[in-house]
Design a protein around this ligand. Structure first.
Ligand code: NAD
Length: 424
């Protein structure tokens, strides 16, 4: 069965979705339009072409981007995406979301995002290493512990971060651990970073269920995407006592109303030749679109953008959506979900646990002193809980949904900073 995701479809543009919500927040805050436009557009866009010698001796040129949306609150921060579909508008939207996200969890960073148009699944480790090192060289004047700090995103992980820190350190002539986060632990990574985004999704789910008066033991959950964010969210949400009834990845959707053992699924993926869920036993095979419309209490989209759209929003049965992915709901679907009474914990809040622990990693690198996993988790959970309460209260204050409230809180903070710093 095909996965039927909308990813890469020209029908939806995440930048448009970002802009629509941004405009709503500008209106609510009564910000001057010209002033707001400074914060709408990215500060800097860098495009590079990276020549890589492939294993068969041929040379292939890969297009790469780095978008710095803002550095008003501190150095810009954001992951690097390796994907065949990555494009500039997508990276611009992702960079802006990083700005809002960092403001919401109250960490001293601006927002950025990177992307390289490639298919990491079809490349060897050596090819990926040469590509990552080439991208680092191309961005050597953009990246920096005090200027712009990358991290993993779709298609990249601790190994790519290790290559970046090594290449950047060579160029600068000294070890620069704090130039990138999401590193392997032995290279200055933080305990708890790999699980941090999923953990934040779990904290958001737990807090939202409590607000709704639903006991975890009475709730069911469906998770779309079974990579870093999806699999860890599913595992931690199931540990809360919620029954996971559906999971999915590129190979399709998998449903069992009696519950899916997430640990079994993680083990299955680890040992499967394609490293995905294809052939996972004791479940019904469904499409990714059917998965989103399953009967459940909580839906966690944790794959990619533009999954919940005006075409399927009417059919969503979940009472609570916790957005693990960035931009899984299009702006046009927001109103439909609101009308249906679905509580949506927006991406810029729900998945901010990752950047929070990235910040902790950067702090530890600069201190040269490393925290226990218990300390990392405790502080990250607290940051997520405080951010959730702030947005929930702002939603009540402005009489808007949590997504609009999140944009209002973030834009208020960043615009105040910009006003104080001033323009020329
Ligand atoms: P990942 O590469 O580890 O996993 C992505 C998952 O989505 C995989 O299971 C994959 O099979 C599935 N997927 C991807 N493309 C698909 C397609 N076309 N059809 C069907 N399934 C598809 O990525 P991740 O790090 O888990 O990121 C997932 C989302 O979460 C992205 O939107 C990312 O920007 C966001 N996010 C990630 C982090 C982080 O710390 N990793 C932090 C914040 C937000």
């Amino acid at each position: 069965m095909s996965s039927q995701l909308n990813g890469g479809s020209p029908r939806y543009n995440p930048l448009e979705s970002m802009n629509r919500r941004f405009d709503t927040a500008v209106e609510i805050l009564g910000l001057d339009k010209q002033f707001a436009d400074v914060l709408r557009v990215p500060d800097k866009v860098v495009i590079c072409n990276i020549p890589v010698t492939m294993d068969d001796g041929t040379i292939k040129v890969f297009e790469g981007f780095r978008v710095v949306h803002s550095d008003h609150l501190g150095p810009s921060k954001g992951g690097i995406r390796f994907s065949p579909d990555v494009n500039l508008d997508e990276v611009k939207a992702l960079a802006a979301w990083m700005t809002w996200k960092c403001a919401i969890v109250n960490i001293p960073y601006g927002g950025a995002k990177g992307g390289v148009k490639c298919d990491p699944r079809s490349m060897s480790k050596g090819e990926l290493e040469r590509l990552t090192r080439g991208y680092t060289i191309a961005m050597k004047d953009v990246f920096g512990p005090e200027s712009d700090i990358p991290a993993p995103d779709m298609g990249t992980g601790p190994q790519e971060m290790a290559w970046i820190v090594d290449e950047y350190s060579k160029v600068k002539g000294q070890n620069a651990w704090a130039v990138v986060t999401g590193k392997p632990i032995v290279l200055g990574g933080s305990l708890g970073r790999v699980e941090a985004t999923g953990r934040g999704v779990m904290v958001s789910t737990r807090t939202a269920l409590a607000k709704m008066g639903i006991k975890p033991s009475e709730a069911t959950c469906v998770v779309q995407g079974f990579g870093n964010v999806g699999s860890i969210s599913a595992r931690l949400i199931s540990q809360m006592g919620v029954k996971i009834v559906g999971i999915s990845d590129v190979s399709g959707g998998y449903y069992n109303p009696e519950g899916i053992d997430v640990n079994d699924a993680v083990e299955y993926v680890k040992n499967s030749p394609k490293r995905n869920l294809e052939g996972f036993p004791n479940v019904s095979l469904i499409s990714n679109s059917e998965l989103l419309e399953l009967n459940c209490t909580v839906l966690v989209p944790a794959a990619m953008e533009d999954q919940i759209t005006p075409e399927n929003a009417h059919n969503i049965k979940a009472k609570l959506i916790v957005e693990g992915a960035n931009g899984p709901t299009t702006a046009a679907a927001d109103a439909i979900l609101e009308e249906k009474g679905v509580l949506v914990v927006p991406d810029i809040l729900a998945n901010a646990g990752g950047v929070t622990v990235s910040y902790f990693e950067w702090v530890q690198n600069r201190l040269g002193y490393y925290w226990t996993e218990e300390r990392v988790n405790r502080r990250a959970d607290r940051a997520m809980k405080i951010a959730f309460e702030n947005i929930y209260n702002a939603a009540a204050k402005y009489k808007v949904n949590m997504r609009v409230a999140a944009y209002v809180v973030a834009l208020d903070k960043v615009s105040q900073t910009l006003k104080l710093r001033g323009l020329f």
